[in-house]
Design a protein around this ligand. Structure first.
Ligand SMILES: C[S@@+](CC[C@H](N)C(=O)[O-])C[C@H]1O[C@@H](n2cnc3c(N)ncnc32)[C@H](O)[C@@H]1O
Length: 292
């Protein structure tokens, strides 16, 4: 009897976890996906072939939808990764609930990933499957642990994703390694926990400010103050305030700039506080391009 109850609970758990991402994915595909594709086609066609996404974790959905012509996407986060045997992958319930967060909130949650995700490669592969990518292969990147390279075809074009587990704070950053990834045609920040605002990420902030040609970001990325003189700014949507960070990481000069632009509200979820604070996507293009 006890065994039967346990078995039922287990099967119920599996069926909940298997159906969990489904309706969220359907709703994402219906409401967000067309808006992201439209935004990318309008504004991000010509930003260059390499998209660098620090603090990106396993999020491949947003860069794939936003950058129609990218060839290489480089992701970094603190989560572990290794090649997966057998494709398509089956996600465990932790990986599924993390993926659900992306479709529901537009971002992955660091603490939730830290407590349950054993291999982000599975979550990356599942997103590729959900987006209809084909010819998918995955292998470890030589010379580094927790680093994988995934090749695939998407919208008729061969592409590559590289994921590296790498700390970017002052105490862990490896500038020599980061330099091997240049050129950074475009750098994406979304739901970056306001890390580029903080002193303990100053070395990374300076490095990327010197080496990137274009930033596409929400207000958790590089603060407006560091961009306003050397970059041409193109704000979409409105910046009002940080979400759930009262008094922290507020950018009054960015808010003034946003008020003068008086843009229409964006119908895209892109980072923290979707539908609770206005979405802002800033495209910042260096006035004099570097290293290309
Ligand atoms: C809130 S998640 C957002 C992930 C992704 N940008 C998104 O929108 O779904 C923040 C990411 O930053 C990474 N991160 C946190 N601290 C970091 C550090 N010191 N160095 C590098 N990455 C870090 C986490 O591992 C996680 O992948």
């Amino acid at each position: 009897m006890k065994f039967k109850i346990l078995l039922c609970a287990y099967l119920l758990g599996i069926s909940i976890s298997l159906s969990f991402a489904g309706p969220l994915l359907d709703s994402f595909k219906e409401k967000q996906q067309p808006c992201l594709i439209d935004f990318g086609n309008k504004y991000l066609q010509n930003v260059g072939p390499h998209v660098f996404y620090p603090f990106g974790g396993p999020d491949v959905t947003y860069p794939l939808l936003l950058f129609p012509n990218f060839e290489i996407l480089t992701l970094m986060g603190l989560e572990p990764a290794e090649p997966v045997e057998g494709y398509p992958v089956a996600l465990d319930s932790d990986a599924l609930s993390n993926l659900s967060s992306l479709y529901r909130r537009s971002f992955f949650i660091t603490d939730q990933m830290a407590s349950g995700v054993r291999n982000v490669a599975t979550i990356i592969l599942k997103q590729l499957e959900n987006l209809g990518a084909t010819d998918i292969t995955i292998q470890a990147i030589d010379g580094r642990s927790n680093a994988v390279q995934i090749k695939f075809t998407y919208n008729g074009k061969a592409r590559m994703i590289r994921y590296y587990k790498a700390g970017l704070d002052n105490s862990q950053i490896d500038l020599e390694f980061l330099s091997t990834l240049k050129p950074f045609n475009v750098v994406l920040f979304k739901a970056a926990s306001y890390l580029p605002h903080q002193k303990k990420f100053k070395i990374f902030r300076n490095f990327i400010l010197e080496n990137a040609n274009t930033f596409v970001q929400d207000s958790t990325g590089i603060p407006y103050e560091y961009l306003k003189d050397k970059f041409t700014l193109d704000l979409h949507g409105r910046y009002l305030m940080p979400y759930k960070f009262p008094g922290g990481f507020e950018q009054l000069n960015f808010r003034e700039y946003s008020e003068t632009m008086n843009n229409p509200v964006l119908d895209i979820c892109f980072g923290y506080g979707c539908k609770k604070v206005p979405t802002n996507i800033l495209i910042a293009t260096r006035k004099e391009t570097v290293g290309l």
